[in-house]
Design a protein around this ligand. Structure first.
Ligand SMILES: Nc1ncnc2c1ncn2[C@@H]1O[C@H](COP(=O)(O)OP(=O)(O)OP(=O)(O)O)[C@@H](O)[C@H]1O
Ligand SMILES: [Mg+2]
Length: 279
């Protein structure tokens, strides 16, 4: 059984969209996924409840509900046949909650939107995962998903440059598409829509699915700067601290880093290298 946690404390980055579409993909491919909804908004729970009995089954656990009549372990138990547990997490998750949320995670997906605010929030999230969550980059457990992408925009290129500086793989690039909005309304995923409507969206899930399934070396590895981005700013893609156009997130992050600088031993454990823009 594989546990996949979808996480980014920044609201609206696409956690529920990724979690539900991944559940839909897995169910449609004969797996037995469970969506575990830790968000009191209950969006994943609502999505599952919209599904019809004729659709491939996705189980759901309302993990945000605290049932005092049973133990927590009992409340969170999954059916025996479960192949994947997909954890949808709430916005504003605090750094101190990360170790518990990610402890048993085989993979952690961090969706990020192409905006300056989101890029900055993402850098903070990755830093917290490494330093507070004690996840080592060489474990290859963290994958970033560039979400709601419109190619050929400057902010997209800035996002890709920023992700490149992190040394964390971009495991999917998901376009901005009304199919995701429609799918959410209908309780389906893009994989369950007609392929002539959603084939462009469906294709974009292939790298993500193979990263989730594959051995370590099947991952894309630290992303190469895309040609446009490299052409736009050839010197920025490899240098630490040059994240995003104008490098503001990196500058702010070094300030943050100063504010709550971890012990050197912690940094070593987290596997931070000088290539990490936020270190
Ligand atoms: N690739 C996409 N294309 C178009 N719309 C999208 C895409 N991804 C997400 N959205 C839309 O953006 C909104 C926010 O997405 P979503 O609810 O998945 O984010 P979230 O991170 O779960 O938010 P929260 O932090 O509030 O839980 C939703 O209306 C969703 O349909
Ligand atoms: Mg959500």
């Amino acid at each position: 059984m594989q546990r996949i946690v979808v996480l980014n404390p920044k609201g609206g980055s696409g956690k529920t969209t990724i979690a539900t579409n991944l559940a839909s993909y897995l169910a449609a491919h004969g797996h037995a996924p469970v969506l575990m909804d830790f968000d009191p908004q209950g969006s994943s729970l609502r999505w599952v409840k919209k599904r019809k009995p004729t659709q491939p089954a996705v189980q759901v656990i309302a993990a945000f509900e605290k049932d005092t009549r049973t133990t927590r372990a009992f409340q969170l138990r999954v059916p025996e046949e479960t192949t994947h547990v997909i954890v949808d997490t709430p916005a504003a998750l605090e750094a101190r909650q990360l170790p518990e949320m990610t402890r048993d995670a085989h993979k952690i997906l961090v969706p990020v939107l192409p905006s300056d605010i989101d890029i900055h929030a993402c850098s903070r999230c990755i830093r917290d995962l490494l330093l507070v969550g004690k996840i080592r980059r060489d474990e290859d457990r963290i994958g970033v998903i560039a979400n709601r992408i419109r190619r050929n925009t400057l902010i997209y290129q800035a996002l890709i440059r920023f992700l490149h500086t992190l040394g964390i793989p971009i495991v999917a690039t998901i376009r901005d598409s009304q199919n995701y909005v429609r799918a959410a309304e209908l309780g389906v995923g893009v994989h369950e829509m007609k392929s002539y409507v959603a084939h462009e969206d469906i294709e974009q899930w292939e790298p993500l699915v193979s990263w989730l399934a594959g051995p370590r070396d099947a991952a894309q590895g630290p992303p190469a700067a895309p040609p446009q981005a490299a052409a736009a700013a050839p010197a920025t893609a490899t240098a630490a601290g040059t994240a995003a156009a104008g490098s503001q997130p990196a500058a702010e992050d070094s300030a943050l880093q100063e504010a709550d600088k971890p012990a050197a031993a912690d940094e070593a454990r987290a596997g931070l290298t000088p290539a990490l823009a936020i270190a």
